[in-house]
Ligand binder design. Structure first.
Ligand code: NAP
Length: 226
């Protein structure tokens, strides 16, 4: 499949690399490709500079959000929650129409420091905001409840015995996303229902962040025992 992965932080390259290994044709989207390639420091959430990752992944091209979306069948949104709507607007509604947007972002609000709060929260979610802003696209919220490495290597914790959620209004889009999740190694894929259920998974972030604080690392995930 032709896939555009929006995001050059920790998550974007991790997911892009894994999708290439699965045989997909992947392009990474960014605001300004030249600026992204000349960036020397790690991103705000850590990781290596994008250019260093890109040097080892010459099979992944880098393009603007609009160029990346135009040639793709599916878009992975791995941009900062605060910038996700701007990134998708830059991609252009016409380039998103009819396509699956696999939304991995969290609406973390660091304006009052750490730990962040959520905005929107409770009566709305980033997943819903994206779906409302781009009614022609088919948004599926998923993978936002685990760290970047576990997204693509679930077997690295508890032999992969843990859960991933999907939320979205379009049943066929959720089937496509569930297929990709299974290919990445996820076994317990829980369909929560429509996109408004993204409120629930985005609101797992406050407990996820406290668990990271308690454990001192991000190598854990939620398992829904039933
Ligand atoms: P991040 O620093 O949160 O996001 C980096 C990306 O956001 C870059 O591609 C950047 O664009 C884009 N961006 C930032 N502000 C923007 C704006 N105003 N307009 C357009 N684009 C903007 O990196 P991350 O840690 O990889 O996280 C990505 C998303 O995944 C976040 O929403 C995060 O909450 C979620 N998430 C992260 C993890 C994790 O393990 N880190 C786990 C679960 C979910 P440029 O490329 O142009 O710089």
């Amino acid at each position: 499949m032709k896939i555009a992965v929006f995001g050059t932080g920790m998550v974007g390259p991790s997911v892009a690399g894994a999708l290439v290994k699965l045989g997909h044709d992947v392009v990474v989207g960014t605001r300004d490709p030249q600026a992204t390639l000349t960036r020397t420091g790690a991103g705000p959430t850590g990781g290596i500079p994008f250019a260093q990752w890109h040097a080892e992944h010459s099979d992944v091209s880098l393009a603007t959000f609009a160029e990346a979306a135009a040639g793709s069948e599916l878009i992975v949104n791995a941009t900062n929650g605060d910038g996700s709507l701007a990134a998708l607007r830059a991609a252009g509604a016409a380039n998103l129409a009819g396509k699956v947007i696999m939304d991995l972002a969290n609406p973390l609000d660091f304006s009052q420091g750490f730990p962040p709060s959520l905005n929107p929260v409770n009566t709305d979610s980033l997943g819903e905001q994206i779906q409302r802003a781009f009614p022609g696209a088919r948004v599926v919220k998923t993978l936002n409840t685990m760290n970047a490495r576990l997204m693509v290597d679930p077997g690295s914790v508890a032999g992969g015995d843990h859960s991933v959620f999907v939320s979205g209004d379009d049943a066929e889009a959720k089937t496509v996303v569930a297929g990709l999740l299974a290919d990445l190694g996820h076994r317990d894929i829980i369909d929560l229902g429509g996109i408004s259920t993204a409120r629930g998974t985005e609101m797992l972030l406050p407990i996820w962040l406290r668990l990271m604080g308690a454990f001192g690392n991000a190598d854990f995930n939620f398992k829904i025992a039933r």
